[in-house]
Write a protein that binds this ligand. Structure first.
Ligand SMILES: [Zn+2]
Length: 616
């Protein structure tokens, strides 16, 4: 009998869940089927000595379910002081609230009990020094060493660690803010930034285009600004501003190229901020203010495809947003495809083809490390359990490969307007894979069924790996390089005779990817002596050279130490520590380096490297 009772309870629970499951995001507690945030105002003070933001958030609400009397917001480590609601008489009155028990991944639901459905709610709070989205740097961790620095990284679900919000990409809202910061520092946000502002009375921001919470962004520090185009500026620490401005000189050309393909840029300005080295990722497409790693400053614009990627998000991701993180490929696969199109317009077909080939080869190589069940673009499971989500790295090249396949078969005359139509018709909305499939059928496949069968489409979306029908990019320049590389590995072509002086960064990346695990320590030493790879300013090349050297047993401790002490990007440091730990000669040395470097890394990077150390 007990069994039956439990089964009945589970069934009831499931049924009440399915009642609002149509757009349920398992990573959020918000009941956005009942109420939606339409606007957010943040009034916060940054306290660098305690590493906290404190103040209040004011949410404007649109009630959909007229019987609802609870507002549920996502929070993570927020200390809530009080909650107020705006009464009909215009007065703010106290509302009672409770915080659920913390969940390790999702944080705590803030449940606000409401006597009526207020239009506005204020939550007074402060963040924790360990807030997942915020990194507080000491002056020593900046270039000038004079002032501290703070920046946010809200994607995917960390906005809730610095603001109580409906933290799901399914909800969009406009926002404004007033931020107080210590004198001598500048505040920037993913909003309108006034270059002439002084911060007197607080730094003020306004974002008039509705965004999902993961695009809320803030940075505070000793920050300079230089215009690099009619609607673009670059922000950076004063010591880096000149180099950053020079590297970003092609930004306006990039915006124009993207507009030529997918229609007007809809966010007015495209500014960028180059963050200190501990920024854990390459770039973050915060609208109006892309956040980028300083590792993209190579000195020769060889890594600006990173900017092309973040700019591409102005259409794919920021304008048309995945409705939950299950549909991440709609953000990143589309963006990866658009990036190559922008690169082609700016740097020509040959460079774009090389870019694509390297991307596809790295995707195929990564398959060996990803369980088959995680290799789909999207899981067929109902969107109620984030643990079933697919591999978030693979969706970038695999999603792009699906779009490339459709483009190759449809022809650009048909495919380009098709893709532009997707962005236009879903602008400032969130979308699911099913919505894309419906759009694909209606606007492409119904009229041209020969382009892709249902079973092939299903294979792309729900199957493992890359379908055998996929065409691989083949760059003639990389093919020539392959012949030389094979001869060099066999010792038939001397290092001095490699035509490497003329190689662009992509050719080096391809070469180093292919010799990793094959070249000997002596061969790597020769390469290093001939081309100064240990000293290259291009971090993508340096990373691949160090990885191949550690695998081969070529001693690169001196430049690698410098690299690991000054670069905090996860993509580079996690594989490098992993390789060092596998090498008995380097293991203890790696421990010593990490002991010193750890405090320079972002908490996200620290957690990943800690995990690599624990595995050993
Ligand atoms: Zn991206």
């Amino acid at each position: 009998m007990i069994k039956k009772t439990i089964a009945a309870i589970v069934l009831t629970a499931c049924m009440s869940l399915t009642a609002h499951v149509a757009h349920a995001d398992p990573l959020s507690y918000a009941r956005y089927d009942q109420v939606r945030t339409t606007d957010l105002y943040l009034d916060l003070k940054a306290d660098f000595s305690h590493k906290i933001l404190s103040g209040y958030a004011e949410l404007t609400l649109n009630w959909i379910d007229k019987s609802a009397r609870t507002l549920v917001l996502d929070t993570n480590e927020l200390n809530i002081a009080k909650v107020q609601v705006l009464a009909a008489n215009g007065r703010w009155t106290a509302a009672s609230f409770m915080l659920d028990k913390p969940d390790a991944e999702k944080g705590r639901a803030l449940r606000i009990a409401l006597p009526f459905q207020p239009q506005k709610v204020r939550v007074y709070y402060r963040t924790a020094p360990s807030a997942a989205a915020l990194q507080w740097l000491t002056p020593e961790q900046t270039l000038s060493g004079k002032r501290p620095f703070m920046f946010s990284q809200s994607e995917e679900i960390n906005a809730r660690s610095w603001a109580p919000v409906q933290d799901t990409p399914a909800v969009r809202f406009t926002y404004s803010a007033r931020i107080e910061a210590p004198a001598g520092m500048r505040v920037v946000m993913s909003a309108e930034n006034d270059q002439k502002a002084t911060g007197a009375g607080g730094w003020k921001f306004k974002m008039t285009q509705p965004i999902p919470s993961y695009l809320l962004a803030i940075a505070i520090g000793e920050i300079d600004v230089r215009n690099v185009g009619p609607r673009s500026a670059v922000y950076a620490e004063p010591q880096r501003i000149e180099a950053a401005a020079a590297e970003m000189a092609d930004t306006e050309k990039m915006i124009a190229a993207a507009e030529g393909l997918y229609g007007p840029y809809r966010w007015d300005r495209y500014d960028m901020i180059v963050l200190p080295p501990s920024f854990p990722i390459g770039g973050m497409e915060n609208p109006r203010m892309t956040f980028v790693t300083p590792t993209m400053i190579a000195g020769d614009k060889s890594l600006v495809d990173l900017i092309a990627h973040e700019l591409a998000h102005s259409w794919s991701g920021n304008l048309v947003t995945n409705a939950s993180w299950k549909h991440f490929w709609l953000n990143e696969g589309f963006t990866t495809y658009v990036t190559t199109r922008i690169v082609e317009k700016l740097y020509g077909e040959e460079v774009a083809e090389m870019n694509l080939q390297v991307e596809q080869e790295e995707a195929l190589a990564s398959l060996a490390k990803i369980p088959a069940a995680k290799q789909a673009l999207v899981t067929r499971d109902p969107d109620t359990n984030a643990a079933t989500y697919t591999d978030s790295n693979l969706v970038y090249p695999k999603g792009a490969w699906l779009l490339r396949t459709l483009e190759q078969r449809a022809g650009r005359d048909v495919f380009d307007p098709f893709l532009r139509g997707w962005f236009d018709q879903h602008a400032f909305q969130s979308a699911t894979t099913d919505e894309f499939v419906a759009y694909l059928k209606k606007n492409l496949l119904d009229a041209h069924p020969e382009i892709m069968s249902q079973s092939e489409l299903d294979e792309w979306l729900y199957g493992p790996g890359i379908p055998a029908s996929a065409k691989r990019a083949a760059s003639p320049r990389l093919a020539a390089l392959d012949t030389q590389r094979a001869a060099w590995l066999k010792g038939e072509l001397p290092t001095a005779e490699l035509p490497a002086k003329n190689w662009i960064a992509l050719e080096w990346m391809h070469f180093l990817n292919d010799i990793d695990g094959k070249a000997t320590a002596a061969q790597l030493q020769e390469l290093d002596q001939a081309y100064g790879l240990g000293k290259t300013g291009n971090n993508e090349i340096a990373y691949r050279f160090f990885l191949a050297s550690v695998h081969a047993g070529y001693n690169v401790r001196e430049p690698l130490n410098k690299f690991l002490m000054s670069v905090g990007r996860q993509k580079f440091v996690v594989p490098l520590y992993t390789a060092l730990l596998k090498n008995p000669v380097e293991k203890d040395w790696a421990k010593g380096v990490y002991a010193k470097a750890r405090s320079h890394y972002h908490p996200v990077t620290q957690a990943s490297v800690d995990k690599a150390f624990k595995k050993q």
